[in-house]
Structures are given as structure tokens and as C-alpha cells.
Ligand binder design. Structure first.
Ligand SMILES: *[C@@H]1O[C@H](CO)[C@@H](O)[C@H](O)[C@H]1NC(C)=O
Ligand SMILES: *[C@@H]1O[C@H](CO)[C@@H](O)[C@H](O)[C@H]1NC(C)=O
Ligand SMILES: *[C@@H]1O[C@H](CO)[C@@H](O)[C@H](O)[C@H]1NC(C)=O
Ligand SMILES: *[C@@H]1O[C@H](CO)[C@@H](O)[C@H](O)[C@H]1NC(C)=O
Ligand SMILES: *[C@@H]1O[C@H](CO)[C@@H](O)[C@H](O)[C@H]1NC(C)=O
Ligand SMILES: *[C@@H]1O[C@H](CO)[C@@H](O)[C@H](O)[C@H]1NC(C)=O
Ligand SMILES: *[C@@H]1O[C@H](CO)[C@@H](O)[C@H](O)[C@H]1NC(C)=O
Ligand SMILES: *[C@@H]1O[C@H](CO)[C@@H](O)[C@H](O)[C@H]1NC(C)=O
Ligand SMILES: *[C@@H]1O[C@H](CO)[C@@H](O)[C@H](O)[C@H]1NC(C)=O
Ligand SMILES: *[C@@H]1O[C@H](CO)[C@@H](O)[C@H](O)[C@H]1NC(C)=O
Length: 554
């Protein structure tokens, strides 16, 4: 433990607190593993998708590494012992070409109007990957949109030669093929091309089988699940049903989610901070995928369903929304709720606005407003770490080094029926208070080893400036406290003490990573700065302010 560690002890919360009109929420228990618990969490649950054309922008190259990116990835690696995975892909993967004699790691062809036409990569592109934490797993997105098999094979060969079997966890064929204008859009036409290419590449490069991740589709599922046309939408389930895996080449299936968008004015109107920081909305949105997750897992295995690219606001995010502390709360809750639905890994996207992505898009040039950090100065801001990065510190510490952790949404209200295919949508009674429990199945401890408590109620720095008091809620977790062995022995024993780390900022509207802290430390410069602050509580009453989250160690 750091010598700077400062421990704040709040023994029993003073009775005065109640007089101060604190809301209180009692988690009911029982403390044993709930029937709705997830599969064992993947240690790389919180992973990254980096737009192909911006990978070198993020990483740097062997002679000029980007220290900020590498430090931020190291922080996560230290916490779980397993590096976050990187999916190299996105729209620009469908205009990426191999040039074996190119000395530059990556070359983006950008015209006078600032439009990025294509990207060529050379051997230095893969050498740069040696900068990543050791054993970082890579998913490589190949170009399908050109329908040029030889071109895709060249990039696959360069990847396999450059990274090898220990690093490549999957290949993807195309990005968001459901948005292509060519005839690969129907499940049948997609499946025909996909199964042939994946088999031929597997044979040509003597790849282990299976090593291909299917779908990478963009559209939200039509709802209800059995609505007219829903089965014809291109996605994991329809592609598998159309025979895409005939040759046994599919190891994973991935779909993309963007809850909001600024691609067009109607969607711009609802891409707001209060909508983003709303647990009910994000749960209702993610529940659309429940039937697909269930189906893919049944066909390809328990860890086969991934969210291969996502963020809050498509078309590169929105200033004052996706670059705020509200995005950190959204990212934390989205990841944990997705994990409770058995999504194995989620790859939060880092990229930049691409010209002509949509004729009515809000953003042009620079890096995206949803990125977790800016590795270089650019049109939309200078080098910085955004508040949302801190959500990944919370998530990786929640998982820690355990490989046998299961998670469950333990909100005390009515739970969605997770075993029903026509599930109720979202935590409709949930409001803005959220609680997840983590159980380690390898331990004797009956109750959870950790709890994540999130207060999604929005509170802005601008409210603080206007003198509005910040509300708080006391989560009563006494039902989850470890049973003391001495209970019933007749002796007077104090209730167990739990340790708490806090994710904090002056408000949901804050954009400054320097004002965002995880356990007291800010990560604006890459490495943690400031004293590490943990708190201890006895008796199980944990106060959490509006727009704040805590990790409880039991
Ligand atoms: C998640 O997986 C676990 C273990 O296989 C299962 O018991 C649970 O029902 C699954 N949850 C959902 C939402 O499908
Ligand atoms: C490949 O890169 C080399 C070296 O930069 C360049 O001379 C050549 O024109 C490139 N080839 C293509 C097809 O772009
Ligand atoms: C590495 O990055 C530096 C700084 O951006 C650049 O000058 C150099 O050309 C790059 N080298 C390669 C091989 O791309
Ligand atoms: C990239 O785009 C430019 C401009 O359209 C074109 O001249 C060039 O041939 C393209 N490069 C590749 C490798 O397709
Ligand atoms: C894939 O391999 C088969 C059998 O060798 C061949 O007939 C077919 O043309 C190949 N398809 C592509 C796209 O290379
Ligand atoms: C969150 O979203 C739900 C569903 O749209 C809505 O009913 C609820 O009022 C929202 N909560 C807040 C605090 O805005
Ligand atoms: C972002 O918020 C700041 C401060 O509230 C405001 O000055 C600025 O105009 C906002 N920018 C946009 C694009 O909404
Ligand atoms: C980046 O930093 C420079 C120099 O300090 C400053 O002039 C510029 O305004 C900053 N750009 C942005 C977008 O913040
Ligand atoms: C949940 O849905 C399943 C399948 O429809 C049903 O068998 C089960 O009884 C439901 N459970 C509850 C608690 O409603
Ligand atoms: C917080 O700020 C956002 C804009 O940044 C605004 O839309 C929202 O209404 C504010 N919420 C409150 C409770 O003031």
C-alpha cells in the first residue's frame, strides 16, 4: 500500500445525518449468489476499439511512443493482471491497405478538403504493437467493403506475421456491413461471403480454427424480438442462421451499440447529458440485445458475445455530453449492466470524426468527443485525459485479479425477468440508484466480495456554483456484510468494517480529468496523482452523493 494512503474512518454514520434529510436505500439481500448472476467475468471486460486510421495516433511508434496512452493502459493492466484488449477497426478498416515497403507505420490519405480517403499500413504498424502491455490481445478488422479478397488476405497475413498466434484473438471481416451500399447486406449474401473468406483465409495462413469474429453490425435490434422484419436484420443471430459458420470459423460474434447520435438533427435533439446519465434509459437500451446474447452464447459458447465497438453518441460524440463526468457514470453503469446480461467484453471506441460519415453530422475534424483521452493536440482539444477514463479504473479494480467473479444487478426494486426471451425492458422501477454485487465462486465467502453502488442522479457543477446543495443517498448494505463467525456466541462483537473507494467529480457536467478523482487520485497526466484515499465504514451505511459511485470491498 502507498505510504501516502490516507484512510478516512467513518465509524457508525452519526444519527445527525438522518436529520439532514438524507435519502436512504436498503438493499434487501439475501447475500448469497443470486440466480440471475452472470457468467464468470472476463478479466478484459473493459477493453478498447481504436479506429484503424488513428491507432498510431494513439500508440505512437517504436521510435516515438505515446507515453500517455501507454501509462493509461498500464494502469488498467496493473489492476487486473490481464491487459485490456484492443480491437483495431471501425469505418476506416474498410479502406485500409497493406504496403510492405512503406516505412511509415500508417499513412492516411487526406485530401485538400480534409476528407480521409484511405489508410495504408506497413510493417512498422505491427512493430508499434510491441509497445502495448505484454500479451495484449488484438482483434484485427479486415476490409470487406471493397469485396477484394486478395487485399483482405494481405492485411490478414501481415497481421498474423507481425503479431503471431499469442496476440491475435480474432479477425473481423468488415465493419458495420449492415450499413454497406453493396449487396452484402442481407444475412444470406453476407453469410455466403463471410463463410468463404473466413475459410479461405484460415487455410491460406494455416490459422487455428476458429479465429473469426462475425457481424460487427451497427443497427439496433428491431423490437419486439419477433416484430416483422426483425429476423431479416443483419446481425449475429441472422448471420449464423444463414449458415455463416458452416465451416466452423466463427469464435466470437460482435455487435456495436451507440445509444445516442449526432449524425442527424432529430437524434441530436435527444443526445443530452440528462438522457445520458439515466440508468433506466441505458438498461432499456441494452435489454434490446438480450435475446441475441442468449442465442449466440448457446451457439458459440459462454464468452462468445461481445460489444466490439461502442460509445454513447455516434458520429464522434458531443461536446459537453460525451466528454463529461456524466459519460464516466454512463460508461461504468453500461459496462456493469452489459456484464449482467453476459456480454463477455466491451470495446469502447476511440477515433475521430470522419468527413462525409453523414451529410448532416455535427462534428468535423480532430478527435472524437467521446474518446477517453487525447494522445495528441488536435482540433477538438489538447492532450488530456477525460473524466470517463476513471470509470475504467473503477471497473478494473472491481474485477481485480480474480478469474472466478460473477456479477449480478442487485437493485432492490423489481428486476427484469432475465430468463424470459420477451423480457421486460430495463429496471423500470429502478430510478437512478444502482447496485451491483460481485461474488467470487472460488472463495468460501457466501456473500459478495465487492459491491458497486452508483448514484446516477444528475448534479452539475453549475448547480454547486448557484448554491444548490448536492443531494446524497445512504445505501444500507448491512444485508450483504460478511457474517461474523462469532455471531450467536453470546459475546458482544462489533459489526464488520468495510473499505470504500470513491469515483468523484464536482459535477456530471465537468470535462476536466484533473477534477475527476478515483480514490482521491486524478489521472490527468497518465499516472495517479495525489494521495490515495480509502474510507472505512462500520455498520454498512454508505453515503453516495448525486453523480457519484463507490466500490465497496467486503
Ligand atoms: C448469464 O449466464 C449465467 C451462467 O451461464 C446464467 O445462469 C444466466 O442466466 C445468464 N444471464 C442471462 C441474462 O442470460
Ligand atoms: C508503398 O510504399 C512505398 C514507400 O513509401 C511507395 O514508394 C509506394 O508507392 C507504395 N506503394 C503503393 C502501391 O502505394
Ligand atoms: C514515428 O513517429 C514520429 C513522430 O510522429 C515520426 O516522425 C516518424 O516518422 C514515425 N516513424 C514511423 C516509422 O512511422
Ligand atoms: C487512396 O485514395 C487516393 C485518392 O482517392 C488514391 O489515389 C489512392 O490510390 C488510394 N490508395 C489506395 C491504396 O487505394
Ligand atoms: C475460396 O476457395 C475456394 C476453393 O479453393 C475457391 O473456389 C474460391 O474461389 C475462393 N474464394 C475466394 C474469394 O478466394
Ligand atoms: C430516465 O429515463 C426514463 C425513461 O425515459 C424516464 O422515465 C425518467 O424520468 C428519466 N429519469 C430522470 C431522472 O430523468
Ligand atoms: C459547452 O459548455 C460550455 C460551458 O457551459 C459553453 O460555454 C459552451 O458553449 C458549450 N459548448 C457546446 C458546443 O455546447
Ligand atoms: C492548445 O494549446 C495551445 C497552446 O497552449 C492553445 O493556444 C490552444 O488554444 C489549445 N487548443 C485547444 C483546442 O484547447
Ligand atoms: C421468467 O420467464 C421465464 C420464461 O418465460 C418463466 O418461465 C419464469 O417463470 C419467469 N420468472 C419470473 C420470476 O417471472
Ligand atoms: C446539468 O447540465 C446540463 C447541461 O450541461 C443540463 O442539460 C441539465 O439540465 C443540468 N441538470 C441540472 C439538474 O441542472
Amino acid at each position: 500500500m502507498s505510504p501516502l494512503l490516507r484512510t478516512l474512518a467513518y465509524l457508525l454514520l452519526p444519527p445527525l445525518a438522518l436529520a439532514a434529510n438524507l435519502a436512504e436505500l436498503k438493499l434487501r439481500g439475501p447475500s448469497g449468489l443470486p440466480a440471475s448472476a452472470s457468467h464468470e467475468l472476463h478479466p478484459a471486460l473493459s477493453s478498447f476499439s481504436i479506429e484503424t486510421a488513428f491507432l498510431i495516433t494513439y500508440l505512437g511508434n517504436v521510435s516515438a511512443p505515446n507515453r500517455l496512452t501507454l501509462d493509461l493502459l498500464d494502469n488498467l493492466h496493473e489492476r487486473t493482471g490481464v491487459p485490456a484488449e484492443i480491437r483495431i477497426g471501425g469505418i476506416t478498416a474498410d479502406s485500409t491497405y497493406w504496403n510492405g515497403s512503406q516505412t511509415q507505420a500508417a499513412f492516411n490519405f487526406i485530401d485538400d478538403k480534409g476528407v480521409l480517403h484511405n489508410t495504408t499500413i506497413g510493417p512498422a504498424f505491427f512493430k508499434a504493437m510491441s509497445l502495448l502491455p505484454k500479451r495484449t490481445k488484438i482483434t484485427m478488422n479486415l476490409n470487406l467493403d471493397d469485396l477484394d479478397y486478395e487485399g483482405a488476405l494481405e492485411v490478414a497475413r501481415a497481421t498474423w506475421t507481425g503479431l503471431g498466434p499469442d496476440r491475435v484473438v480474432a479477425f473481423e471481416l468488415g465493419n458495420e456491413p449492415d450499413h454497406y451500399s453493396r449487396p452484402v447486406q442481407t444475412p444470406k449474401s453476407y453469410a455466403n461471403i463471410w463463410k468463404t473468406w473466413s475459410r479461405n483465409i484460415t487455410q491460406a495462413l494455416k490459422l487455428p480454427k476458429p479465429l473469426f469474429q462475425i457481424a460487427a453490425t451497427a443497427e439496433d435490434p428491431l423490437w419486439p424480438y419477433d416484430a416483422p422484419g426483425a429476423q431479416d436484420q443483419l446481425g449475429c443471430v441472422s448471420a449464423l442462421a444463414a449458415g455463416a459458420n458452416e465451416f466452423g470459423t466463427a469464435n466470437y460474434c460482435s455487435e456495436h451499440t451507440y445509444q445516442y447520435s449526432v449524425c442527424d438533427p432529430p437524434r441530436q435533439a435527444i443526445a443530452t447529458l440528462p438522457n445520458l446519465v439515466n440508468h433506466t434509459r441505458l438498461a432499456m437500451f441494452l435489454d434490446l440485445w438480450q435475446p441475441r446474447i442468449r442465442s449466440v452464447r448457446a451457439q458459440l459458447g459462454p464468452h462468445s458475445y461481445l460489444n466490439g465497438e461502442y460509445s454513447s453518441v455516434s458520429c464522434s460524440g458531443r461536446n459537453n455530453v460525451s466528454n463529461t463526468f456524466g459519460q464516466a457514470l454512463w460508461l461504468l453503469d453500461t459496462t456493469l449492466y452489459s456484464a449482467s446480461l453476459n456480454i463477455s467484453r466491451l470495446y469502447i471506441h476511440q477515433g475521430g470524426p470522419l468527413a462525409l460519415q453523414s451529410s448532416t453530422q455535427l462534428n468535423r475534424g480532430g478527435l472524437s468527443f467521446y474518446n477517453l483521452w487525447y494522445p495528441i493536440d488536435n482540433l477538438n482539444g489538447n492532450v488530456t485525459v477525460f473524466p470517463s477514463y476513471s470509470a475504467y479504473l473503477f471497473l478494473t479494480e472491481a474485477i481485480g485479479k480474480s478469474k472466478t467473479l460473477k456479477l449480478a444487478n442487485i437493485y432492490p426494486g423489481r428486476q427484469a425477468n432475465l430468463s424470459s426471451i420477451t423480457t421486460e425492458m430495463g429496471d423500470t422501477s429502478a430510478g437512478q440508484l444502482v447496485a451491483y454485487g460481485f461474488w467470487d465462486t472460488a472463495l468460501k465467502q457466501k456473500g459478495p466480495t465487492k459491491l458497486a453502488l452508483i448514484n446516477m442522479e444528475i448534479y452539475n457543477k453549475t448547480q454547486a456554483d448557484a448554491g444548490v446543495k448536492r443531494p446524497r443517498t445512504v445505501f444500507d448494505i448491512s444485508a450483504y456484510l460478511p457474517q461474523n463467525a462469532a455471531v450467536g456466541s453470546g459475546r458482544e462483537i462489533p459489526p464488520p468494517v468495510v473499505t470504500v473507494k470513491r469515483l468523484q467529480a464536482p459535477g456530471a457536467d465537468i470535462k476536466d480529468g484533473g477534477l475527476t478523482t478515483w480514490a482521491g487520485q486524478s489521472f490527468l497526466m497518465g499516472k495517479g496523482k495525489g494521495e490515495l484515499v480509502t474510507e472505512t465504514f462500520q455498520g454498512g451505511r454508505i453515503p453516495v452523493r448525486a453523480s457519484e459511485a463507490v466500490l465497496v470491498f467486503l
